[in-house]
Design a protein around this ligand. Structure first.
Ligand SMILES: NC(=O)c1ccc[n+]([C@@H]2O[C@H](COP(=O)([O-])OP(=O)(O)OC[C@H]3O[C@@H](n4cnc5c(N)ncnc54)[C@H](OP(=O)(O)O)[C@@H]3O)[C@@H](O)[C@H]2O)c1
Length: 251
């Protein structure tokens, strides 16, 4: 590559903050990044034994904490702790989210507010805080937002949830423009995969999703993780994109 291009490149992330890293996809991302030698900070409201175990196995490369992403003060304090323990953050994976299992007409005002606060407002605030600090230190970085095919296709019972994921897809595109190539911002939109969040789906719904999926199986977190890793670590010119990982179920 030419010297000019080299100077413009965003280097691979070295210290990555993963929200909701205690279980499900978030835990799979944390495990993978640690396996690749990165430093990883992860939080959730509850630190699970699995996350504790990773922290004990990699004491110099992991920082974990019990933080509610909607608590702005606590999230910001966690970021500062991470910087002290692991160094400046140059990658963020906005993965923490709450699901929904209620028809819109039956969802309370508080329920809608909680979904929007957790899945949309909080990641926007956390991203703003981390990016400000990256820029203050003269760093470049990477953002990966975990969204969902629900942002692109309709699903009953997921109206507010889908709205937040569509909001994050839209924010991803505008972040990519606004950050001017100093930070690569992308989203990964998985299809349904087995987790605590999707446990509300009944067998009939799962069978229907599988029938509609050309690859013939539900997405596995392990099939999403390499895409997240690529966006954080590989030298690509991918920016402002939403990458769907769903076996073409939504096509
Ligand atoms: N499962 C699916 O079928 C599916 C499909 C498409 C996209 N996704 C997306 O993939 C991501 C991971 O989902 P998942 O299925 O792995 O869900 P999950 O198993 O329910 O895990 C969600 C994670 O987020 C954390 N979290 C939730 N609320 C939080 C809060 N207020 N503060 C801090 N952490 C919080 C949870 O920990 P605590 O509860 O202890 O806080 C947990 O670590 C989400 O963004 C989800 O929307 C999931």
């Amino acid at each position: 590559m030419s010297d000019l291009v080299d100077a413009q490149l965003v280097p691979p992330a070295t210290v990555v903050l993963v929200s909701g890293g205690s279980r499900g996809l978030g835990l799979a991302i944390v495990t993978d990044l640690l396996g690749r030698g990165l430093k990883v900070a992860a939080f959730a409201r509850t630190v699970t034994p699995e996350l504790e175990k990773l922290a004990a196995e990699h004491p110099d490369r992991v920082h974990v904490g019990s933080v509610d992403v909607t608590d702005q003060q606590a999230s910001q304090a966690f970021v500062k702790e991470v910087e002290q323990r692991l160094g400046p953050i140059d990658g963020i994976v906005n993965n923490a989210a709450v699901g929904q299992d209620s028809l819109h007409v039956h969802t309370s005002t508080d329920g809608i507010a909680r979904i929007i606060e957790t899945n949309l407002t909080a990641p926007l605030q956390l991203t703003r805080f981390v990016v400000r600090r990256m820029f203050a230190k003269g760093l470049k970085g990477r953002i990966v937002n975990i969204t969902s095919i629900c942002a692109q296709r309709g699903f009953p019972g997921l109206v507010a949830y889908s709205a937040t994921k569509g909001g994050m897809d839209a924010a991803t595109r505008s972040l990519a423009r606004e950050l001017g190539g100093r930070v690569l911002a992308n989203a990964v939109a998985p299809g349904f995969f087995a987790s605590e969040m999707s446990a509300v789906l009944g067998q009939t719904q799962l069978d229907q999703i599988v029938r509609r999926t050309p690859t013939g199986h539900l997405t596995e977190p392990e099939e999403v993780v390499p895409v997240v890793r690529m966006l954080l670590c590989e030298q690509t010119n991918i920016n402002g994109q939403v990458i769907v990982v769903d076996g073409a179920a939504s096509i």
